[in-house]
Write a protein that binds this ligand. Structure first.
Ligand code: ZN
Length: 139
């Protein structure tokens, strides 16, 4: 069995963003040389997500509104977490809803997606360097 590991780095200038990272993940898969197996992709930070859905602007706008309704950034004082001096209580909750990781089957050297599936990095507390792990196992 082969294995491959790579970290993808991001520095999103705005507080929140959704970025389609499918091309970078496919490049990891190409470099791994693995044709049959499993690919794990996870955010390495507790205020960011990796998830799979459609690359459609309206949907991303809907996510933004839905998450901001669930866990508004402000007022910062509404979150107990922010009593530690942080201001990202909302970002922890948004990450929990949107998930930590995805696992994708690799078949014949390709990500074995369903229709319209793409992999996204969800940033909820940007303005600093953060990482995503890609781990691939198979043969
Ligand atoms: Zn925090």
């Amino acid at each position: 069995m082969k294995s491959y590991r790579e970290e993808l780095w991001f520095n999103v200038p705005q507080r929140r963003a959704f970025i389609n990272i499918t091309p970078q993940v496919e490049e990891c898969l190409r470099k791994s040389g693995i044709r049959e197996g499993l690919l794990l992709c996870n955010a390495m930070h507790i205020t960011a997500s990796v998830f799979i859905n459609d690359d459609e602007r309206g949907l991303h706008h809907d996510y933004e509104e839905w998450l901001e309704n669930l866990a508004p950034h402000e007022p910062i004082s509404r979150y107990w977490h922010n009593r530690t001096g942080e201001d990202n209580g909302d970002a922890h909750l948004k990450r929990q809803v949107m998930g930590r990781e995805v696992v994708v089957a690799i078949t014949n050297g390709k990500l074995d997606f369903g229709p319209w599936e793409q992999i996204f990095y969800g940033e909820f507390d940007g303005g600093r360097r953060k990482r995503v792990l890609v781990k691939i196992i198979g043969e």
